[in-house]
Design a protein around this ligand. Structure first.
Ligand SMILES: C[S@@+](CC[C@H](N)C(=O)[O-])C[C@H]1O[C@@H](n2cnc3c(N)ncnc32)[C@H](O)[C@@H]1O
Length: 292
């Protein structure tokens, strides 16, 4: 006879502990952690009646639940990966955990001309650059970041996923070539004044350099917009912003020479991505397949 704790019982205890700690999705978290520890799918937790938590898995699950409940580590750091569009991207505390709303940035890139050169500024785990390359293999995609630690992880993701993206170490556009037709960016945009309102998962564990951008959260976006003003070849800029920042960032893009500026809402109805378009100069992309 096999000894161990039935899955349902193990989950119940974990859900109680994670919920009591104030985490928002205790059932989901517990299921993802247990599936990770047992190396099975979440579905199998409920369909395989033979499944038990036994042997080294007992300690491993306790440890994972403690990290989540006591230290408030994001689930993605504990399991080491996160789903983003059609990819499973490796993540660790060197990079921001990619958010579902950031998938909108990828969508903005899907409409680009065939063969267009795209730069994902502040690529972090590489999620945006890699997802775009996977969905539009014809695009020439580069991911850049000021953090060499982040770039190391992004490069590893590219190799593991077999996606040909170039990587560049740079402070925004400084020192990068003039070749890009489009710039996508999910920059740090949290205002210092909002520091106290961030969840412990974010404040304690995610890299500060991926989050904060001065008193009003717009310091990085202002610099990027100023650099874009001097890059007339960039025909499309799509910038992720925080709640209520879209009008200000729309103004920045307008001042940078983007003649058509709009905001795209995320699933929560928040204006999340500000998109600027302008007539391009010296486009290298194949215009026959123009869709922008
Ligand atoms: C909000 S995170 C976005 C990460 C990833 N693109 C995503 O959406 O999951 C911002 C990223 O910008 C990078 N970053 C911050 N300041 C930067 C700068 N001046 N130039 C380039 N990258 C920067 C950070 O290191 C971090 O990886």
């Amino acid at each position: 006879m096999r000894t161990g704790t039935p899955v349902r019982e193990a989950l119940d205890g974990a859900i109680t502990a994670i919920g009591a700690a104030g985490c928002e999705t205790p059932r989901l978290d517990a299921e993802v952690l247990l599936a990770h520890v047992l190396r099975v799918s979440r579905e199998r937790l409920w369909t395989d009646r033979e499944l038990i938590v036994a042997g080294p898995a007992v300690r491993a699950f306790q440890n994972a639940v403690r990290r989540r409940a006591v230290q408030r580590e994001p689930v993605a750091y504990i399991v080491g990966h996160r789903a983003f569009r059609h990819l499973d991207v490796a993540v660790d505390p060197r990079v921001l955990v990619p958010r579902p709303e950031t998938e909108l940035l990828v969508e903005m890139g899907l409409v680009l001309l065939r063969g267009a050169r795209v730069l994902d500024v502040g690529t972090g785990s590489g999620a945006v650059a890699l997802a775009l390359k996977q969905e539009r293999p014809d695009l020439r995609v580069t991911g850049s970041d000021i953090s060499s630690d982040a770039l190391e992880l992004a490069r590893g993701n590219g190799e593991r996923l077999g996606l040909e993206v170039s990587w560049a170490h740079a402070d925004l556009l400084e020192g990068l070539s003039d070749e890009f037709d489009a710039v996508l960016c999910n920059p740090p945009y949290v205002a210092e004044s909002e520091r106290g309102s961030l969840a412990p998962e974010i404040l304690r564990h995610e890299p500060p350099g991926a989050l904060f951008a001065g008193a009003d959260g717009l310091v990085v976006l202002r610099r990027l917009a100023a650099q874009l003003a001097a890059r007339p070849r960039v025909r499309l800029a799509a910038l992720e912003v925080g709640a209520r920042q879209a009008p200000a960032v729309g103004g920045l893009l307008h001042d940078a020479g983007f003649t058509q500026v709009r905001a795209e809402r995320d699933l929560a109805g928040i204006e999340r991505v500000v998109v600027g378009e302008r007539p391009g100069e010296g486009q290298s992309a194949d215009r026959e397949e123009a869709s922008l």
